[in-house]
Ligand binder design. Structure first.
Ligand SMILES: [Zn+2]
Length: 349
């Protein structure tokens, strides 16, 4: 890829929180802004387009507060979404990689395109750079920073206002220039709007220090953990299938962890993040990475958390049972007691 298109969107949504919006289009794009950079991250061109809304006829008050965009201005200066998109893609050219601050913009862009019956010209998997994530990797920030804050931390002069698509794309490009992005060029993200089909291979991405796999959607969450192919752990260096030292467990039903060991390369940590699709199904994002003692401690700590939570729940159930003995069937879950020795044994390579 020789160029980068840093893109930012503004969108409108149903004005009141209690009135549901259109299920297939919760966010209607009202502005697109973008900055194109060459391979050396020099800004070569800017794009801005206002869109005349056709779904939500009133502005959400919060959005007007933040962007200062009004329905009158959008009606007067905006053009239809497909028209603006045609111009945008012509401006993009044909050899570029999208960059966004956060992971939402490309998903919403595709949702809007599908709503207007436009064909999606993007490859599957759709790779891009999530600059917010890369910024976090570089600065070691444990939270996803807002663009305003990142721009301030990078000492970028506030030459423009914030929260309009073209300006935010420009600030994002400035942060990209300053944060030594090229040192993390390997860390592409993949958009989750279009997932692999059930009969297709999962998306597979290899990074310098870990591997990522994105599964097809499953009807129920339990099917993910029941998929032997998906839950298998292979060493990221020699690719042999590994025996698990700590089997898959969860602390919150969203993140699952496991620990395996390669006789040659040491500990390997697996993590599955369960995500929901628009149609209420579930898919998995699995990462596998070699880890050291501190990584092992982290997984063991989570496992003990889970055990403590389970023990507390069992105690509560037993107490409830004692208080109301006529209510039977409240049996505590078993298997909660794994002693210290067992834990030590689990970890012997
Ligand atoms: Zn190995």
């Amino acid at each position: 890829m020789s160029q980068y298109v840093v893109m930012d969107l503004e969108w409108n949504q149903t004005p009141a929180f209690h009135s549901p919006g259109l299920a297939e289009l919760p966010f209607e794009i009202i502005e697109i802004g973008a900055v194109r950079l060459d391979e050396h991250l020099k800004i070569v061109s800017e794009f801005q387009g206002l869109i005349r809304p056709s779904v939500y006829r009133k502005m959400n008050r919060k959005i007007t507060e933040v962007t200062h965009l009004t329905m009158e201005e959008l009606r007067a200066k905006g053009r239809s979404f497909p028209e603006v998109m045609d111009d945008f893609f012509t401006w993009c050219g044909d050899d570029y990689m999208f960059c966004t601050w956060g992971s939402m913009d490309l998903t919403e862009l595709q949702r809007n395109m599908v709503y207007y019956g436009m064909e999606l010209p993007f490859p599957v998997p759709f790779l891009y750079y999530d600059l917010q994530k890369i910024y976090g990797m570089i600065t070691g920030s444990p939270v996803m920073e807002s663009l305003d804050k990142a721009a301030a931390e990078m000492a970028i002069a506030a030459e423009r206002p914030f929260h309009r698509a073209a300006d935010d794309a420009w600030y994002t490009a400035k942060v990209m220039q300053k944060m030594n992005f090229l040192s993390r060029k390997a860390y592409v993200s993949t958009d989750y709007y279009r997932l692999p089909g059930e009969d297709e291979e999962p998306f597979f991405l290899k990074f310098p220090d870990y591997e990522k796999l994105v599964s097809h959607p499953y009807a129920v969450k339990e099917d993910i953990l029941a998929d032997r192919e998906l839950t298998r752990i292979c060493c990221t260096k020699c690719h042999r299938a590994l025996r698990k030292k700590v089997r898959w467990f969860t602390t919150n039903q969203r993140y699952y962890y496991c620990l395996a060991v390669c006789p040659e390369h040491g500990y390997v940590c697996g993590k599955i993040r369960v995500k929901k699709t628009d149609d209420g199904r579930f898919f998995a994002v699995k990462t596998t990475r070699l880890t050291d003692e501190s990584g092992v401690e982290l997984v063991i700590g989570k496992k003990e958390d889970q055990r403590r939570k389970r023990a507390a729940r069992n105690r509560r159930l037993r107490m409830e049972e004692a208080k109301a003995p006529q209510k039977t069937g409240l049996r505590p879950a078993s298997g909660s007691a794994i002693g210290r020795n067992r834990r030590r044994k689990m970890l012997e390579p």
